[in-house]
Design a protein around this ligand. Structure first.
Ligand SMILES: NC(=O)c1ccc[n+]([C@@H]2O[C@H](COP(=O)([O-])OP(=O)(O)OC[C@H]3O[C@@H](n4cnc5c(N)ncnc54)[C@H](O)[C@@H]3O)[C@@H](O)[C@H]2O)c1
Length: 464
């Protein structure tokens, strides 16, 4: 099949590559020329500098004969002559009021409509299915029709096929999904979706679930809400209990809880913040949709509040528990990405940490991350006022050398060994703040070496 992806970000690029892997002829269109240049480079490190996703570069290079990334509208127009399906993979960020900003989505749909109306010499004989992969408000299918129909676009269907990939494992998850949710309106459109996803329809390990497009969009939003609620419970209750009440070891409590199969394992690692591109935005969107439909959103609002409270609580512990002020201090920040195995910093806890220590007057901040340094340089350019104290280090060791405070913000597996580096290179006295419990086996050792340790899920370890 000929398939178009509108938007070549985490979702669009990974889905396009997996689609090419399924044997389809794929064109991924993006308005970001630099992104297209990198994704088209056929060079692993250049591709990864744009999207750090395990296995993505290999797949793009392997399927170069049937996978094109472009920002050329001419190539998009040519492909739309034959395309049977167009996946919409556009950003849908939250607005101040929590509603979804559908500007990117609307603009891309208008652009698509202007091309589709002229396809096949204006006859529009090729039926095309426009499939929404972006996470959107439940009634967005109506918006797509409201844009396309007045433009004169004919012979099209609209479907919803939300994405469940986990960043860092996006390619693996797209090739081996647990479930594929397909929302469509006609037997013809369900049949098109089955041809696109034949490998999953035929798989005994994938749940291939068909429903209407409103339900499909709802499943995505509510799945993220359930995951976010679990994390908020972990931070605000499990972690907080272990911080506040003596004689509780977080790991023992966690293991005991997840031993119950009804509860399950996922989401019981304590953390300074739940970030990323989706959870916060989707919880805001659900709350907004509930309230605009006259329903109450107290639960989702409290989940959002618990997450905000967690980062403020973590950072304020420096002062309230260890009596430490960031003013004039040298701070090492380990981890910038919102989680391991990605360079994505959207809503990353590290952003809040950086803003807090800069506002508090830190003399220097040395930052290090295995993948997200370039992204952070863009977000915190050194030539902008207070950002001048940020230095991007060449290694964790370089960042930690002589630091008065070391903060761990991301759960990169290689950070498990940071305890030794801190013992060897940090200043004395030093405050260690572990926002991920990465070095929990060494908290006592660090304290014995004269350091104060604040970790999510533990009371303060005092030096000595
Ligand atoms: N990232 C995730 O883990 C994830 C998971 C599931 C669902 N989603 C949802 O998928 C959607 C996309 O997310 P993402 O993480 O891939 O975003 P992203 O920001 O990484 O990528 C979006 C891309 O769309 C491009 N774009 C913007 N306007 C365009 C236009 N008019 N035409 C063509 N391209 C355009 C941007 O340049 C960008 O490259 C969002 O709605 C998100 O909520 C994301």
């Amino acid at each position: 099949m000929h398939i178009v992806y509108m938007g070549a970000g985490f979702v669009g690029a990974c889905s396009a590559a997996v689609s090419a892997d399924s044997g389809h002829k794929v064109l991924a269109f993006d308005i970001d020329a630099e992104r297209v240049r990198k994704l088209s480079s056929l060079d692993k490190s250049t591709i990864e500098s744009c999207l750090h996703e395990d296995g993505l570069a290999e797949l793009i290079i392997k399927h170069q004969s049937r996978l094109v990334f472009t920002h050329d509208v001419g190539l998009l127009t040519d492909m739309l002559e034959h395309a049977e399906a167009v996946f919409m993979c556009l950003p849908t960020p939250e607005r101040e009021d929590g509603s979804s900003d559908l500007t990117y989505f609307t603009k891309a749909t208008e652009m698509l409509g202007a091309i589709l109306v002229k396809r096949n010499g204006g006859a529009q004989s090729q039926r095309v299915l426009i499939i929404n992969k972006s996470t959107v408000p439940i009634d967005t299918i109506d918006l797509s029709k409201r844009i396309l129909e007045p433009m004169g676009v004919k012979n099209f269907g609209i479907a919803s096929n939300p994405e469940f990939l986990v960043e860092g494992k996006a390619v693996h998850d797209s090739i081996h999904p647990e479930r594929v949710i397909v929302g469509a309106e006609t037997p013809e459109d369900f049949a098109t979706m089955r041809r696109i996803y034949q490998r999953f329809v035929d798989s005994s390990t994938v749940q291939y679930l068909e429903m209407n497009p409103y339900e499909a969009a709802t499943v995505k939003l509510l799945s993220n809400a359930a995951l976010f609620a679990r994390l908020a419970f972990t931070f605000s209750t499990v972690g907080r209990i272990c911080e506040a009440i003596p004689n509780l070891n977080y790991e023992n409590v966690r293991r005991g809880i997840i031993g119950d199969s009804r509860i399950g394992r996922w989401g019981f690692y304590d953390s300074l913040f739940a970030g990323g591109s989706c959870l916060i935005k989707d919880a805001e969107s659900i709350s907004w949709q509930l309230e605009t439909h006259g329903a109450r959103a107290d639960f989702m609002r409290s989940v959002l509040a618990a997450n905000r409270d967690q980062i403020m609580h973590f950072l304020s512990r420096a002062k309230t528990e260890a009596g430490f002020s960031f003013e004039g201090k040298s701070v090492a920040l380990l981890g910038l990405a919102f989680k391991q195995d990605t360079n994505d910093m959207r809503h990353s806890g590290a952003i809040h940490v950086l803003e807090h220590v800069l506002e508090s007057g830190a003399a220097s901040v040395r930052a290090w991350d295995p993948a997200a340094m370039d992204v952070c340089r863009t977000l915190f350019p050194k030539d902008k006022g207070r950002n001048s104290v940020i230095n991007y280090s060449g290694s964790a060791e370089e960042a930690i050398k002589g630091a008065d405070c070391v903060i761990i913000a991301t759960d990169w597996p290689q950070f498990r060994t940071l305890g030794d580096t801190i013992l060897e290179h940090a200043a004395r006295p030093c405050l260690v703040m572990d926002g991920r419990r990465m070095i929990e086996s060494q908290y006592r050792q660090l304290a014995a070496a004269g350091m104060s340790v604040i970790a999510v899920g533990s009371p303060l370890y005092v030096p000595g």
